[in-house]
Write a protein that binds this ligand. Structure first.
Ligand code: SAJ
Length: 442
């Protein structure tokens, strides 16, 4: 039976390699569509958790996972030789930066090394990890062409299809977010589109793997650069004595030709701060300097320090030196209503404040403890009037929804707000990122 027939009658065995915030939701969608689905991961904790039907990803529904495991539609293994039995595999492993801020594609390479002897004819391989244009062909295709029995684009298909997960997004998930896919040949694209059309409402077919790789990098570079612009607007408005939040809210009333981004304490997450450097690195190999990416990176990377400068100047208004000040950081996750601290600007802010001799506490209902570098903290269990009034400054870094901001406004001696949560509080002990002398409320 051909691969297309197996995909159509759901007898295809599907594998997802890498069971993180991208891979696990994807595996669940394949299993939910009726494919016998195998998660493959080196992390035995993830494997055991899935086989117990226990969820570990916030955006995944516990019951849904448990039900699919009970029905034996979903299982997991650390044995990469399982690929021998699989008809389709999607690779969803991390693509971070190394210390020199260059692409670290070692996870993709180690997956290919682990599965190279188990590749077989009548198979589809889809890379989902965000990476530089050309890497599907440079990193994966050679493993296929080395195998004399495999003819890429004929008896084995290879595609790139960028993940578009937005952690914490309650509206958009794997199945209802349009999915871009491009193959190394037309037949690859056709087979890849067919498989993904069984789990995702809208598939966007593009002409090559490089095109699909570039689509994802444009999406995230667009965000990084516009966030960088919002951050620079905030710095400009501080110098101009106007309120950046008011400016942005008013500009956002333009019904066309404008898209709202807001300033913040810096750029967190495992995508936006990282993906643009995959693009600028690739262009450097082609002797081109991607200036926008570099400049946005400089501004976004500077924001944690800029917020610390605001904290210092605000304490100064109260004749309090930064050294010895007791500072409460509210929210340490990299964005609101999630528990992920990867690349969170809060870590930079805490490190700098600690180095300046402040005494740091934090409160984050999503993050119970924080360990990075030589520092480790436990979140306050709750906020109350006594605790708040005991701090010299309260700094809003991540604006989680379920925090009692009125309690904070009422009992804090001094507030530095990097997310404009206090836009409706006209108190003179509140200092906002992006605000000059005027205060702004809606
Ligand atoms: N941020 C701002 N100002 C803004 C928007 C975001 O300072 O106007 C900050 C956030 O606080 C956060 C960082 O930027 O620290 C990244 O925010 P994000 O909303 O892009 O969140 P991510 O990285 O979790 O998810 C993004 C996806 N987000 C959205 O589309 C809204 C999307 O860009 C990608 O699908 C995803 O990364 C990915 O996995 O590539």
């Amino acid at each position: 039976m051909s691969l297309i027939d197996k995909i159509n009658d759901k007898s295809a065995k599907v594998g997802v390699i890498g069971l993180g915030y991208v891979g696990l939701p994807l595996a669940i969608e394949f299993a939910h569509a009726g494919y016998e689905t195998f998660g493959v991961d080196i992390d035995k904790n993830k494997v055991n958790s899935i086989n117990r039907g226990t969820n570990y990803i916030e955006d995944v529904d516990d019951e849904r996972l448990n039900d699919l495991v009970k029905k034996k539609l979903l299982s997991a293994t650390s044995d990469f030789s399982k690929v021998t039995d699989l008809d389709c595999i999607s690779i969803c492993v991390p693509t971070p930066l190394n210390k020199e801020k260059n692409p670290d594609i070692s996870y993709i390479v180690s997956v290919m090394e682990a599965i190279k002897d188990h590749l077989h004819s009548n198979m589809l391989i889809v890379l989902e990890s965000t990476t530089y244009p050309g890497s599907t062909k440079e990193l994966i295709l050679p493993y296929i062409t080395k195998n004399r029995n495999l003819a890429p684009g004929e008896n084995i298909c290879l595609c790139f299809s960028p993940e578009r997960i937005d952690p914490g997004n309650k509206t958009y998930n794997t199945s209802n977010t349009p999915k871009v896919i491009g193959g190394i040949t037309e037949k690859c694209s056709e087979v890849g589109q067919l498989l993904y059309s069984k789990i995702i409402n809208k598939i966007i077919l593009v002409s090559s793997t490089e095109t699909a790789e570039m689509v994802k990098l444009l999406e995230n570079t667009f965000r990084a650069i516009n966030i960088g612009l919002a951050n620079e607007i905030a710095i400009m408005c501080e110098k101009l004595g106007v309120n950046a939040w008011e400016v942005i809210d008013a500009a956002a009333t333009k019904p066309f030709g404008f898209m709202k981004f807001t300033p913040g304490p810096g750029l967190g997450g495992h995508c936006i701060p990282i993906d643009p450097y995959y693009l600028s690195w690739r262009l450097k190999t082609l002797d081109y300097d991607a200036r926008f990416i570099k400049l946005a990176g400089e501004i976004n990377t500077y924001m944690p320090r800029h917020l610390v400068e605001l904290i210092i100047s605000s304490l100064n208004e109260y004749k309090k030196p930064i050294k010895g000040s007791e500072i409460l950081i509210v929210g340490v996750a990299y964005k609101k209503d999630i528990n992920d601290c990867r690349e969170s600007p809060a870590l930079d802010i805490i490190q700098i404040l600690n180095d300046l001799g402040s005494k740091i506490s934090y409160y984050d209902p999503f993050v119970s403890s924080l360990n990075f570098g030589t520092l480790s903290y436990k979140s306050l269990k709750y906020l109350n009037d006594n605790r708040l009034s005991g701090f010299d400054a309260t700094v809003i870094v991540t604006n989680h929804t379920d925090i009692d901001y009125d309690l904070i406004a009422e009992h804090s001696k001094l507030i530095i707000d990097s997310r404009n949560v206090f836009k409706n509080h006209l108190k003179d002990n509140i200092f906002r990122l992006g605000e000059g002398n005027n205060s702004y409320s809606e």
